[in-house]
Design a protein around this ligand. Structure first.
Ligand SMILES: Nc1ncnc2c1ncn2[C@@H]1O[C@H](COP(=O)(O)OP(=O)(O)OP(=O)(O)O)[C@@H](O)[C@H]1O
Length: 271
């Protein structure tokens, strides 16, 4: 039961909402290939689009459970595509993907929603539900997990305050700025303290101060045991996250041009 984990309040001044709201559930590529995380692994994975273009090539790595990873690389390198494999929106064309100690490469479609509920996703294009308020968008994962209105109220209010949107709780996404929508999307992704958080350019639309605040949210979540994978071009985020590991994609393959980065990541310092 993840409710037994320490709460955010035990971190520095981080938001306690996630610890309070955590749902009581358990915890996730070519050639014949695999992407993996601890017990999450991608083995010799290749991914091609429907029209045949190969987007990811021969990826073979394992993400340590509880690790913090940044995924970098030029535009078009395949970062979003790799994240899509990790949050089970796509399957590898060749190779194996193992998440939450299970090989899900060929898992029946109807079992995937249960696994996806264990993953928080911050989409590059936010994907908020337009007709729901900011409050109800953030509350969604908790309600799906069966939380009552009384249980949802406090953590969602606190989370909205943490991302600077306390006064925008009843606003609908079309009336929010891009940066505000991004913060709602982040709040929704982290509110239930997922086992794996996958974020695609999560600070692309916010100012430097808010980026720092959101980074604190991610590191606090990570301290509670969530494996974090953040795709970003923002090198300052990476520099400010001690212990995080880097994965660099270039033209669909893992690259390590400097020799300093450790690719593929196989371990996490201090864990
Ligand atoms: N639906 C699609 N149809 C055609 N090509 C696509 C599609 N989605 C992605 N691609 C192509 O796949 C490649 C990888 O795209 P992807 O979005 O994964 O890259 P990225 O590293 O996330 O880029 P960015 O940093 O710009 O977001 C690119 O060449 C892109 O043009």
């Amino acid at each position: 039961m993840r409710n037994t984990r320490p709460s955010f309040a035990e971190g520095k001044q981080e938001c306690a909402a996630i610890g309070k709201a955590a749902a009581p559930c358990e915890k996730p590529g070519g050639k014949e290939g695999r992407a993996s995380v601890g017990n999450r692994r991608i083995r010799q994975c290749w991914f091609a689009l429907r029209h045949g273009a190969e987007v990811l090539r021969d990826l073979d790595f394992r993400l340590a459970k509880g690790g913090f990873y940044f995924l970098t690389g030029p535009s078009g390198a395949g970062k979003t595509s790799l994240l899509q494999l990790l949050y089970l929106a796509r399957r590898p064309t060749r190779g194996r993907i193992q998440l939450f100690d299970q090989d899900l490469t060929d898992a029946p479609r109807d079992v995937l929603p249960d696994f996806r509920r264990r993953i928080g996703v911050v989409f590059q294009d936010f994907r908020l539900i337009r007709h729901l308020s900011a409050f109800d968008n953030v509350a969604l994962p908790l309600r799906i997990a069966g939380r009552s209105d009384a249980e949802v109220e406090g953590p969602v209010r606190e989370m909205l305050a943490w991302v600077g949107l306390a006064d925008r709780a009843s606003a609908r996404p079309p009336t929010l700025s891009g940066g505000e929508q991004q913060r709602v999307a982040i709040a929704r992704a982290v509110i239930s303290q997922p086992e794996l958080l996958v974020a695609d350019e999560p600070t692309g639309n916010v100012d430097a101060d808010m980026a720092t605040r959101l980074l604190h949210l991610f590191t606090a979540l990570n301290r509670l045991g969530t494996t974090i994978v953040v795709a970003t071009h923002d090198v300052s985020l990476i520099a400010r996250t001690p212990g995080a590991r880097l994965m660099r994609l270039e033209k669909g393959s893992m690259a390590d041009p400097t020799g300093i980065l450790r690719n593929p990541p196989t371990e996490v310092r201090g864990r």
